[in-house]
Structure formats: C-alpha cells, structure tokens
Design a protein around this ligand. Structure first.
Ligand code: NAD
Length: 472
C-alpha cells in the first residue's frame, strides 16, 4: 500500500507520533516510568471491566483465566520494566580489542521511535500490554492495532488508553483486516505482529516496503512428547492443563501428543478422569472457555468430522454434550492417531482437539517433529536428564518447558519468540527492551593512541606491528 492510499486518520495518528519522537529523541527514565505507571494504574483500576469485556467477546471466558493468563502477566511485565528499566537503559560497558587500548567502548540503548503492535484475539490484553510495556520502557511511542474479533474489549481498551495517554504517546487503532493491512503499511521504526503464520507473511511483506524491522510472534503445531517410563498421570494432568485453558486457544498450547503406543489406552482413561475432575459440569462449566466465534467453532467441528470420517477414533472427555454450536462451546476431544494428511495433523488446531500420535521408538518421535515446520513450543516429559538434554539439542523450537506445559512463557528472564515458521525475534523482560531499542555501539578514542602509525605512507614499523597483530 502506497502512503497516498493509506486512510487519512491512520496517517495523521502516525505523523503525530513521529513528530513527537523528533521533538524528544532523548527520553529520560522519569518520562518512561510515568508511562509505565499509567499502564499499571489502568490495569489495577479497570480489572473488573476488562474481565467483563473479554468474557463478552468470548461469549464465556472464565474470569479466573483472564486474571491468571492476562491481568497477572500484564502486571508482571509492567512491574519488571518499572523495576529494571532504568538499569536496562544505562550504557553497557564493552571491552575493546587489546590493540586499541586505552580507548573504551560501550553499547548505548536508544529508543527506535514509533513502534507498531498488531494484536490477535486469543489473549487480547496481555498480547497488547506485553509489547507496549517493553516499547514504552525502551522510550518509544506506540500504536496498537487490536483484533476485530474482540470488539467489546478493543473498544474498552481504546477508551482506557485515551484517558491514560496522549495520542502522541499511545494510540489504539480498531478495525478489520483492511485497517490491519493499512496499519502494517505504515513506516514504523519497528513492528511487532502476533497472529497466524499466513497473516505474518503479509505483514512482513508490507513492512519490507519501508525496511521496517519486524518481530513476528506466530503459531504452529507445538508437540508434547511423553518419553517411555515417564509417570503418565502427571503428564496427562499437565498436558490437559495447558490444552484446556482458554479452550485450547493458546499459541503455545500443546497441539498434539507423541507417546509410546502401549500407553494410548491409559492416556485416554487418565485424560477422561482428569477432564471430568477439572470440569465436572462439562460444557456448562463456568471454568471452561467458549470458542471465540461461530466461525472458529465451525472450523473446529469440520476438522473433527474430517478426522472421524477418515476412521479416527474420537474420545470426548467431558460428560454430557460434546458441543453447543449456539454458544460456540466445544468439549475437549482426543483423536487417536489421525492420518497425517487430515487438517488436525496439517494445521495448527487452536482449539480443544488433541491428537495422540503413537510411537514405537523414541527416535521416531524426534524424526516426526524434525520433519515438520519448527514449532513455537515443545513439551518434553522425561526424568532422564541426559536423554532430555540430547533431545533438546536435536529439536528446534521457539521455547521449551520440560515436565510441564506453558510455563516458559511466564519467565521474564527467558526470551519469548518463535523460530522458522513459528516466528522471528523475541520479547519479554529485558529481551523486549532490547528488541525495541537500537543497541548503538560507541567507540571512544583516547587522547593518546597509536593510530597515526597506521596511516599511509605505510612504514616498516607499522609492517612489523601488523605482523605481530596477526600472530597474537
Ligand atoms: P490473525 O493472523 O488472523 O490476526 C491477527 C491480527 O492481524 C488481527 O489484529 C488482525 O486484524 C490482523 N490482520 C489481519 N489481516 C491482516 C493483514 N493483511 N495485515 C496485517 N494485519 C492483519 O490471528 P488470530 O486469529 O487473531 O490469532 C490466532 C493466531 O495467532 C494463531 O496462529 C496463534 O498461534 C497466533 N498467536 C501467536 C502468539 C505468539 O505469541 N506467538 C500468541 C497468540 C496467538
């Protein structure tokens, strides 16, 4: 999209932030801290409204899940930035090569300018606040495009940000795919996109026009591997916990399970018992989330029906009805060894369907993962440390949790991001601060130095020095 074709209000909003950036290149910590505090106050003061809005958008999202997986991690991200941001923005000392002494070197983090953030619907608060906190801590101004599938929350968030920030600091944009496409065509200084791999491709192509650097937080099929001998009940409990939160609509939810063939029946039994314990009233359970939209319900039902029509045994884990199309709610279903060319084995599931893929030899499981696009997350259940370490060296993944699911995302010390088809770049904690900063290298020459020796005409002394330099 050419600049003249962009909607005028979007261009104006961008220009406003760009000229504010130009008028304040050096953004002191006090300014950044005030912005982060306003973000924090927004979260504290409007928690109930936020929970309610997201509940309305999903047509039923457990309040506890919103608090646990959205409000709390958003507060953690802002708290971490407030606690450490001032330290992160300090110049970082770097060594100089011995031949350049006594000069000094440092890395100077500098704000990039105007950062764009594109948000999906599945965790609409956290996936907006996480990048915003990092970008604001790094001294940038931020424009955020919310998802059209969460209209109630997106409107609320826009109103709350308009109250808390001036439009040249934070600007929330709402609208459908056309607005999103126009948004990604703005000449941002950095663009972070969270969403699906196909749309990620379009975003990267749009950003290329301005050489806008991108961080792509995409999806994919994240495997869980149960190794021979691992206590099955524990693996089932943790895999279901990771799969059932938000009804499987989590980018790092376990997408399918690789397990020893002989354990398939025991997995089914344990999963059924576990699902009935955690959600005793099945689809009616207040602690179970709806599928976001009838369109996604239809997509999931179609994928399920395709697998069963191809002869795949399906085990519904809840008691009572398996689906409620009117309220777009779908019970968790295990699919036993679906053919590799069914949709559930080709595409990211992003819902409560869980294929079980049996293996006879653990190497088969490694080969299965390695033959597919790099996943966003990998879950490895194993008490054998050496075998685990060997597997982690062999398997590509955006992030790993061993003997549990999802929890690597909650560690600020760990970079969060995909690899290959599951994305590029990282954020969270200091990793996010660095993503949204130019880490500017600075070399400071000392008053006394031998550089004059290295200028033409090149003399014999310089040739002898160069010979020494090559040797040591
Ligand atoms: P999506 O790709 O359909 O939409 C994401 C955002 O992109 C929305 O705001 C949408 O308006 C916008 N968009 C649509 N068309 C666009 C275009 N042409 N140019 C620019 N933006 C455009 O994804 P979704 O359905 O909202 O979210 C589900 C996907 O997101 C899943 O694949 C999931 O794995 C992934 N996801 C990844 C992470 C992560 O951190 N890696 C987190 C959550 C979700």
């Amino acid at each position: 999209m050419k600049p003249q074709d962009l909607p005028e209000d979007l261009l104006l909003a961008f220009e406003r932030q760009r000229s504010a950036t130009a008028s304040q290149r050096d953004v002191p910590w006090a300014v950044r801290a005030r912005r982060l505090q306003r973000l924090q106050t927004l979260l504290h003061s409007h928690e109930a409204e936020i929970v309610q809005a997201i509940h309305a958008d999903f047509g039923g999202r457990p309040a506890t899940e919103t608090e646990l997986a959205e409000i709390w991690p958003s507060l953690e991200e802002t708290k971490t930035a407030l606690r450490h941001g001032q330290g992160w923005m300090k110049p970082r000392r770097a060594p100089v090569g011995k031949w350049f002494l006594p000069a000094t070197a440092q890395v100077l983090p500098q704000p990039l300018g105007v950062v764009g953030v594109i948000v999906p619907w599945n965790y609409p608060l956290y996936l907006a606040i996480g990048p915003m906190a990092a970008a604001l801590a790094a001294g940038n101004r931020v424009m955020v495009k919310m998802s059209e599938l969460t209209p109630v929350f997106s409107a609320l968030f826009q109103r709350l940000c308009e109250q808390a920030f001036s439009a040249d600091e934070v600007c929330i944009v709402n609208g459908g795919p056309e607005v999103a496409a126009a948004f990604s065509a703005l000449p941002f200084d950095h663009l972070l996109f969270t969403g699906s791999t196909p749309v990620g491709r379009k975003v990267m192509a749009a950003a290329a026009a301005h050489l806008t650097p991108v961080t792509l937080e995409l999806g994919g099929k994240s495997p869980a591997v149960i190794t021979p001998g691992y206590p099955l009940a524990h693996a089932v409990q943790r895999i279901l916990a990771g799969k059932l939160i938000n009804a499987g609509q989590t980018c790092i939810a376990p997408d399918y399970v690789l397990l020893p063939r002989a354990q398939m029946p025991a997995f089914v039994e344990a999963a059924r018992a576990q699902a009935r314990r955690s959600h005793p009233t099945g689809l009616a359970d207040a602690d179970y989330c709806s599928v976001i939209h009838p369109r996604h319900q239809a997509r999931l039902v179609q994928a399920l029906e395709e697998a069963t029509a191809r002869g795949t045994p399906a085990e519904v884990l809840f008691e009572g009805p398996a689906r409620d199309d009117a309220r777009h709610r779908l019970a968790p279903v295990l699919l036993l060894n679906p053919p590799a060319d069914t949709e559930v084995m080709r595409e990211e599931i992003f819902g409560p369907l869980l294929p079980l893929v049996p293996y006879d030899d653990l190497n088969e499981a490694l080969a299965f993962i390695n033959a597919r696009p790099h996943p966003l997350a990998l879950y490895w259940f194993d008490h054998d440390r050496a075998r685990t370490d060997a597997a982690l060296r062999q398997l590509p993944a955006g992030g790993v949790t061993v003997n549990d699911t999802l929890l690597h995302i909650a560690q600020h010390s760990l970079p969060f991001g995909g690899v290959g088809a599951s994305g590029m770049g990282h954020y969270h904690g200091r990793w996010g601060f660095d993503t949204f900063s130019k880490l500017k290298p600075v070399f400071r020459q000392s008053r006394f130095n031998g550089m004059a020796l290295f200028m033409p005409p090149y003399r014999p002394l310089m040739r002898r020095l160069l010979a020494l330099m090559k040797r040591y």
